[in-house]
Write a protein that binds this ligand. Structure first.
Ligand SMILES: [Zn+2]
Length: 266
């Protein structure tokens, strides 16, 4: 729920300004946090002036009331002369006072290729080693094949070490060349060499099956089989019951004819 919602539905009121100003937790001791994963995190204000700027910016963003209030307060406007061009009557004030004049556009972005990849199992060390080797050999072969008799273009220019690292680290998400558009950006992968590398990743993956994944798939199959067995047993019982009830009713509903007398001899 947005902050607005919580206030309207009577939930615990949230100080909207404080909610924005919550400082991110300090960096953990985990040194593997990359620069990228820390992108967008807030740094502490460098000085009092910057802290004031931030406070008012948060106030401006978060307020439910007229946005002129933080503005006027920030610039201390009440001690200044009125503006030369006062707002004309009937003209919109701000998005909080006149929300109808500030319709929020609903923008949907679609792409024909994945923009992000879901979580995938981490490849085993054996697979990572084998894949790194395979890709290194491949890029050398590409030079011999497509750029022979020269020494300016080398394998790294086709497939950089950093790209190999990314491919190897996320081997299990690589199913087709679309992955090279956004998730693992690689120009040649989108073009002439993508298919070859996808095939290397797939083939190498098959040589080093993921033990845990295989076990998981096995367990899923086992469960499915058990469900099938249970269903079969149920069906058998249902059939038996139907037959039994038919026999029972046939005997029970016999109302005509003489009593069947049975002797020990039959
Ligand atoms: Zn306003």
């Amino acid at each position: 729920a947005t902050l607005d919602d919580s206030q309207e539905t009577g939930a615990i009121p949230v100080d909207r300004v404080d909610a924005i100003d919550v400082e991110e937790e300090a960096a953990t001791t985990n040194e593997t946090i990359s620069a990228q994963s820390r992108r967008g995190k807030k740094k502490n204000a460098a000085n009092a002036l910057e802290a004031r700027d931030r406070r008012y910016l948060s106030y401006f963003i978060a307020t439910n009331r007229c946005r002129r209030e933080p503005w006027d307060e920030f610039f201390n406007n009440k001690n200044k002369l009125p503006g030369l061009y006062p707002r004309l009557p009937g003209t919109p004030c701000c998005d909080n006072c006149n929300p109808e004049s500030f319709q929020v556009e609903n923008i949907v972005l679609t792409a024909s290729y994945p923009l992000r990849a879901g979580r995938a199992r981490v490849p085993s060390p054996e697979l990572r080693d084998a894949l790194t080797r395979a890709l290194d050999i491949w890029r050398k072969d590409v030079i011999d094949r497509d750029y022979p008799n020269q020494s300016i273009i080398v394998g790294r220019h086709i497939l950089d070490d950093s790209v190999i690292e990314k491919i190897v680290a996320r081997a299990h998400i690589i199913k087709d060349t679309n992955i090279f558009r956004r998730v693992i950006p690689w120009g040649y992968g989108r073009g002439r060499y993508g298919e070859e590398v996808v095939k290397i990743v797939t083939d190498t993956g098959m040589l080093y099956p993921d033990v845990e994944e295989v076990a998981r798939q096995e367990a899923i199959r086992e469960q499915a089989f058990q469900r099938l067995e249970i269903a079969a047993e149920k069906e058998r019982l249902t059939k038996l019951r139907t037959v039994f009830e038919a026999c029972y009713n046939a005997v029970y509903e016999v109302t005509t004819g003489g009593t069947v007398k049975k002797t020990r001899g039959g």
